[in-house]
Design a protein around this ligand. Sequence first.
Ligand code: SIN
Ligand code: CO
Length: 369
Amino acid sequence: MHNKLTIDWNDFLTNYWQKKPVILRDAFTHFIDPITPDELAGLAMEEEIESRIVSNKNGIWDAKFGPFIDFNNLGEDHWTLLVQAVDHWHEQAATLVEPFKCIPQWQFEDLMISYATQGAGVGPHIDNYDVFIIQGKGCRRWRVGDRNPNYKQFSAHKALLHVENYQPIIDEEITAGDILYIPIGFPHNGVSIGESMSYSVGFRTQTSQELISGFADYIIDTLPSGIFYQDPDLKLPRDPYRIEAYELTKLQDQMIELIKTPTLFNDWFGKYITLPMHVLNIVPVEPPYSYSEFKSLLQSGAKLYRVPSIRILKIGDCGYIHGEKIDLPMPVIDLLCENEELHYEQLPDDKTLEIMLNLVNKGYWYFTE
Ligand code: SIN
Ligand code: CO
C-alpha cells in the first residue's frame, strides 16, 4: 500500500519553495508508517548505514554514532534514533520519496527517518538543505524561526551544532500525514510528544566552493596540458608592480571560458552530480556475467531492477549514472530513467545489451525474478 500525497505543487513552488516554511496539513491522508521502529533499529545495526542516537536527558545533550549493537540502557524518554538514506535500504520506506520525484532529481538527497521518544529531539538547529518532514505515528511540536544571518550557533555537544533562541514564526503540533516544509537556513526544533516517527525528504544543492573545487579537479584530470595566460597586446605599464584591472578581467575570462565550455562543464556536472551522497546498496557481479549468459537470462524473463536511489540524470543528449556517462542514445536513457524495472523486450538492440551488461556487472542494476 502506497501513501498518497496531495499537494498543489504550483502553489507550493510559487509561495513556499526556498522562501518560507509551511505546514501542509493532512498532505498524506490516512498515512501509514512504511517502516516500524524495530526495523529502523535493525538498519542502525548495519555497518554501511549512517545512524545516530541523540539524547537530551536532564538538559544534557549527547550524540552517539552507529552501527549500534543494542538499544538497552537508553531509558524510556528523551532519546531519538536517526537513520540516513533509508530509501537506499528499505523498499517500503523508499515509496515515500516517489511523490517528490516531480522536483528536480539532481537536488534530491535522501530519506532520513527518526524514531523519537517522549521529549526527544535533536535540539534547535539550522540545516544546509531543504526538507519535507512528514509526520508518521505520534505527534511532534515544531518551533520554526525566520531566516536571519545573525543567529549565533554553538556546539551543545561536539556533534551537535545548536542555534541560540529565536522567535518562532511557526509553533504548532503536527500529527500523522502532516508535512512541515522547512527551507534551507530557517532555525527549527522538533520535540516529540510521546513516541513518534518522522520522515525527512531532503533536497540539497552544492555551494559555489564545492562547484569550483569539483570542476577544478575535473579539468586537471581531463585537459591534457595547461592553458596559459597570454597577452600579446601588452604595452609597457606605468607601474609593473600593479596588476591592472584589464589583466584581472582577462584572468577571470580565462577561467570563465572553461566553465562555459559545454563539452567540459556538462560532462563534469553529469558525472559529479550522479556521485552518491550516501552509501548505496551496490553489489558488483562476481564473477561477471558473460554476454551470452546475460542475454539468455533476460530472454528467459528475468527482470532487471535498478539499485534503489542510484543517481541517474540527463544533460542535453547525454545520460549519467553513478559518476559515469552512459554511452546510449536518449530514447534508451529516458527508458532507464523512467523505469526502475526493465525486461528484455524494452532493450532494443545488441549495443544496448552490451552497455547494460557492463552496468549490470558493476551492480547498478540487478536481476530479480
Ligand atoms: C528529526 O527527525 O528528529 C530531526 C529532523 C530535523 O530537525 O532536521
Ligand atoms: Co533539521
